[in-house]
Design a protein around this ligand. Structure first.
Ligand code: SF4
Length: 300
């Protein structure tokens, strides 16, 4: 493993100072430590932020939900919300330092384009990278139009979730719209219309310890028998969590029905560019979205 220095900070000012000097933030470390062992990541300085007061989950004054960046479900006593969003792709070529990978080594090429690309993305890809973003919770954040709260040397700012994670384009090594030394402090979900029924469906090769082949986060606000608002995003298929506005717009103002779910879900893969081994994801995505619309919409 590449040698590195390690320091623990106890307040955000200390963290920002260390970040400004080039320190790399670490909390749970569930992704970063793995990547350091494999020498994919070689930071010189790690700054442990796990003691910062960023674990609170609370309802905001405007009725939304604010989730501290270090919040963690009880079962997962290491991983954090901030780390989950920041986790790096599971592309096997990215994790194999002998393979060409533009994300790890800009300009080296992309072994996945002509390699085994069954689990790779069909949406938001570029000629330089076709890796998926692996997070589940980020799919829900994208669907619910969350925003990321950031603290940096220049103060606090908010970024719409949709703008925070970057599509690869010609710079797949740049994955988030983060400025030097900035720290994620929270994710805020806005106040959404009530009642709101929601759920997440994940399709994967095996039942546990597996990433999504496809997934769908759906929330529907139905009043007077009519869908007033719809929030839909997909995972496992995009280079970033993939919001599905065409699916949403098709449902708004209509009554829930089997035929509506089918017609809306047919739009889920609009613009898809499948690779040699992942053509099956186009239909699987449509069927995943349709099934989750049916579950949340309650017509089954
Ligand atoms: Fe690297 Fe992206 Fe290609 Fe995977 S898909 S090998 S992460 S450039």
């Amino acid at each position: 493993m590449h040698p590195f220095s390690f320091s623990k900070v106890s307040d955000t000012r200390e963290a920002l100072d260390a970040g400004r000097r080039g320190g790399r933030y670490i909390a749970g470390g569930t992704t970063l430590v793995d990547l350091m062992r494999e020498t994919v990541e070689r930071p010189d300085t790690l700054v442990d932020i796990s003691a910062l007061p960023l674990r609170e989950v609370r309802v905001t004054e405007r009725g939304g939900l604010r989730i501290g960046a270090l919040a963690s479900a009880q079962l997962r006593n290491m991983a954090t919300i901030g780390g989950n969003i920041m986790q790096r792709t599971r592309c096997t070529y990215f994790r194999d330092v002998s393979a060409d990978c533009n994300k790890r080594e800009p300009g080296s090429g992309c072994a996945a384009l002509e390699g085994v690309n069954r689990t790779h993305a069909i949406l938001g890809t570029s000629d330089d990278c076709v890796a998926t973003h692996p997070s589940d919770v980020a799919v829900a954040f994208a669907a619910l139009e969350a925003r990321v709260q950031l603290l940096g040397p220049d103060g606090e700012r908010h970024a719409p979730f949709a703008d925070f994670l970057l599509r690869p384009g010609s710079t797949p090594n740049r994955e988030q719209a983060l400025r030097q030394g900035e720290l994620i402090t929270a994710v805020e979900i806005p106040a959404l219309p009530r009642p709101l029924k929601s759920g997440y469906l994940k399709v994967r090769d095996r039942q546990s310890y597996e990433f999504a082949l496809t997934s769908a986060a759906v929330a529907l606000h139905v009043r007077g028998g009519v869908i007033r608002d719809a929030y839909v995003a997909a995972g496992g298929v995009g280079t970033v969590p993939w919001k599905l506005p065409a699916v949403e717009q098709h449902m708004v103002g209509k009554r829930p029905s089997e035929s509506l779910w089918e017609a809306a879900a047919a739009r889920a893969a609009d613009g898809a560019r499948p690779l040699q081994h992942n053509r099956f994801k186009v239909e699987l995505l449509q069927r995943t979205v349709e099934r989750q619309l049916r579950i949340v919409g309650g017509t089954k």
